[in-house]
Design a protein around this ligand. Structure first.
Ligand SMILES: [Zn+2]
Ligand SMILES: [Zn+2]
Length: 280
């Protein structure tokens, strides 16, 4: 499968020279199956680039959509997604119930006057709403297994498996604090076990975390520990803090690589950059 990053910033979009390498758009990932079926995860401002790339509105395509949760930084791009306005796209919206039972109401709430001029009903004409449960399901050749996140207002993380290759995506997940409905550190380690690639929330540094504990995000240190305990092959640090410059991120990655080297770990560690692509 191919994973394309449309946005990796956490909480709030940013712009400017300080953020040019890792990007300023918020969470949106695109996954392409071996057969070219497209999955989109979340609809942060990173969704804008996906919308822009679709040059021929008459050329249809299947698209499947999953959400981790409905905080602003994960949904802000949704009302602006242009393919909703052409009937040639078959868009499936997967709601994992009971956790996401309110999905349609949540998305509808993004598009009510006076905050937005178009109605969600207009989009519904081009959407197929699919109810799934937490036991997991398949889209094309990709198996999708969810896990509850430890995050205020809850959420879901996902494990994607295709042809024996595994990608785990856990953002907005606080490993050092158990929010209602969340799982334990060892549950997350078991969920990530043996993944070829883990992309995990690493919003805070350990000194910052003294002030931000219980805000719903992990530290770089906690995320590194998860990667080590679960034996993943590669770790991508994600949900970059809105104040974290390219230089700051590179310093954090250097620190992680040194730690891994000291422990003779083969894990490859990097900060996830907007527009990056990973084939696993
Ligand atoms: Zn977020
Ligand atoms: Zn969140």
């Amino acid at each position: 499968m191919l994973i394309r990053v449309r946005g990796a910033r956490g909480s709030f979009p940013v712009s400017g020279k300080r953020f040019s390498r890792y990007g300023g758009d918020t969470t949106c990932l695109e996954i392409l199956s071996e057969n070219g079926i497209r999955l989109v995860i979340d609809a942060g401002t990173g969704l804008r680039s996906l919308s822009r790339e679709i040059k021929d509105p008459d050329q249809g395509s299947d698209l499947h959509w999953l959400f981790t949760h409905f905080h602003w930084d994960h949904v802000l791009g949704f009302p602006y997604y242009l393919p909703f306005l052409t009937s040639r796209y078959d868009i499936s919206l997967h709601s994992l119930e009971p956790v996401q039972a309110g999905m349609l109401q949540h998305l509808n709430a993004l598009m009510v006057p006076p905050f937005f001029p178009l109605s969600f009903d207009l989009f519904m004409d081009h959407l197929t709403f699919r109810r799934q449960d937490l036991a997991g399901f398949c889209v094309d050749s990709i198996r999708i297994d969810p896990i509850l996140l430890s995050h205020p207002n809850g959420g879901l993380g996902y494990r994607f498996t295709e042809g024996g290759r595994v990608f785990v995506f856990l953002t907005d997940n606080e490993l050092g604090y158990e929010h209602p409905g969340g799982r334990t550190f060892s549950d997350y380690a078991a969920f990530c076990a043996g993944a070829d690639l883990l992309i995990h929330d690493a919003e805070f540094t350990t000194p910052e975390y003294r002030r931000t504990r219980s805000w719903g995000h992990s530290t770089v240190e906690q995320t590194l520990r998860l990667a080590l305990e679960s034996g993943v092959k590669a770790l991508g640090l994600f949900h970059h803090n809105r104040d974290r410059s390219d230089e700051d991120l590179e310093a954090l990655v250097s620190g992680c690589r040194k730690r891994l080297q000291d422990q003779n770990s083969p894990i490859e560690c990097f900060a996830v950059a907007q527009d990056a692509e990973y084939t696993i």
